[in-house]
Design a protein around this ligand. Structure first.
Ligand SMILES: Nc1ncnc2c1ncn2[C@@H]1O[C@H](COP(=O)(O)OP(=O)(O)OP(=O)(O)O)[C@@H](O)[C@H]1O
Ligand SMILES: [Mg+2]
Length: 452
């Protein structure tokens, strides 16, 4: 239901507009002054504001100016009993949508309001489209792990090798998969993504391999599968750890034979797609539990790749924060804003269990919720982050023994790898570990294996 704010000092006008508009199915609220109007806009969002020009205190034009400064998304329609051309021109310059003259004609008022509601919707759609156009493929970060990540992408993207990307949720696995595609020889072909966790078990086979018309109730026409769409390009199997054993075996056969049979068909289709898979599960563990096929694992894991959690490259937080603030300011048509060092410090002390995705969401919320803020301060941050990130630890940055041990292990292994020029076998020997054990350890610590 669309929301209209009626701003007029005369209660009789507010009441009669309220009756007419509510009868037409609008929700309304009233304000008796410019100040009350701004207050209402700070608390709720309205699709349309009907704003009287003559108001006691702050007048209508001044209020309009303030509404635009607030960057409220509402369309504003000015109302005046003494409408002069100059006022109308000024109001339009200040961004009013239209101008109505008292005494109000009901029909005209309803038409103008309807047009304003449509205009607002179009503007919102336009903004969504622009949002989609903003390049999302930049991997931001100048920390050692991020630089290594980019370097690794450059090295292995042009090969045709299958890639298995490990990383906690929200670390940027999909971004990495995309970057690999864009740096490969297949970049002009399709990048097709399938989220194995999101598609219901009984649909995934037809989603991946397509089906023939009539092979099951609801199969009203032939359907091309994602593997076919990815022919010549890249197929990204997201969250492969959630794929059922049955589908796993069909995927395995497809990788082995480079061909597959669509559901309900008896003709095989040949396919040439580079497969990139991702998981936030420990597949070794899933294999030992019998949830994941070992043979498929070896097929997919030709080039293992790991994306570190944000807590391991916190030095990138300032860059990421500024990147996301710019992105969302542009997407929502807001002015870009600074962030204080104090707020950055709080953000850097927080542990980010949801990784970069969580940081990005927080920044989006800040841009939406504080339309008028020029600078992001500590007080704009979500309470949880203020609390956890605001605590200064006494002497140690680790809150648990486990965290401290993990950090130490990671440093130690990185140092030893460095001493052995990144050669995992040699490092394993030095450390007295099985090579496979060291690989697992590295993976769980988010250390990427260098090509040797
Ligand atoms: N280094 C980075 N620079 C810029 N944006 C990033 C970076 N890492 C992640 N992002 C952004 O964070 C969001 C989450 O990333 P992405 O979807 O790639 O993560 P994911 O590992 O696939 O997460 P999930 O496991 O939840 O699917 C995306 O909007 C992505 O663009
Ligand atoms: Mg993902």
């Amino acid at each position: 239901m669309h929301n209209i704010l009626i701003v007029d000092d005369e209660v009789s006008i507010r009441d009669s507009l309220k009756d007419v508009l509510e009868e037409e199915g609008y929700k309304t609220a009233g304000a008796e002054s410019g100040e009350a109007c701004l207050e209402a806009l700070r608390e709720h969002s309205f699709d349309v504001v009907l704003l009287d020009v003559w108001l006691p205190g702050m007048d209508g034009l001044e209020t309009l100016e303030k509404i635009r400064e607030m960057e409220a998304a509402s369309e504003v329609i000015m109302i005046s009993g003494h409408g002069t051309i100059e006022t109308a021109v000024r109001a339009t310059k200040l961004g009013a949508y239209d101008f109505l003259e008292k005494p109000l004609s009901i029909d005209k008022t309803l038409i103008v309001i309807k047009n304003a509601v449509d205009a607002k919707r179009l503007r919102a759609e336009n903004r969504d489209l622009k949002k989609q156009l903003i390049p999302r493929n930049v991997i931001v970060g100048e920390s050692v792990p991020m630089k290594a990540l980019r370097q690794q992408i450059q090295i292995m993207a042009p090969t045709n090798g299958r890639v298995l990307i490990y990383g906690e949720s929200g670390t940027g696995k999909e971004l990495v998969a995309h970057a690999i595609h864009l740096n490969s020889q297949r970049k002009d072909e399709m990048f097709v993504e399938v989220n194995c966790a999101a598609i219901p078990e009984d649909l995934i086979e037809s989603e991946l391999f397509g089906h023939r018309k009539g092979c099951f109730p609801g199969a009203l026409a032939d359907k091309e599968g994602k593997f076919q769409k990815a022919h010549g390009g890249t197929m990204f199997l997201d969250e492969i750890g959630d794929m059922s054993l049955k589908t796993q075996s069909k995927v395995l056969r497809t990788l082995e034979d480079q061909r597959f049979v669509p559901v309900g068909s008896d003709e095989a289709v040949t396919v040439d797609a580079r497969v990139i898979a991702s998981t936030n599960k420990d597949l070794d563990e899933e294999i030992s539990k019998g949830n994941f096929r070992e043979d498929l694992f070896y097929r997919l894991n030709v080039i293992p790749f790991s994306v570190p959690p944000l807590r391991e490259h916190k030095e990138d937080i300032p860059l990421l924060v500024r990147h996301f603030l710019r992105e969302f300011a542009a997407a929502y048509g807001r002015r870009s804003r600074e962030i204080t060092d104090d707020a950055i410090e709080v953000l850097m002390r927080y542990s980010w269990p949801g990784n970069v995705r969580e940081l990005r969401n927080v920044m989006e919320r800040i841009v939406i919720m504080n339309p008028a803020a020029v600078r992001v301060e500590r007080k704009h941050l979500p309470p949880l982050i203020q609390r956890d990130g605001g605590r200064r630890s006494a002497g140690s940055e680790f809150s648990t023994l486990h965290q401290a041990r993990v950090a130490y292990e990671r440093d130690y292994i990185l140092k030893k790898l460095d001493e052995n020029y990144g050669n995992v076998s040699r490092t394993a020997e030095v450390l007295g570990l099985e090579r496979s054990h060291l690989y697992r350890k590295m993976r769980s610590l988010g250390i990427a294996a260098k090509e040797s």
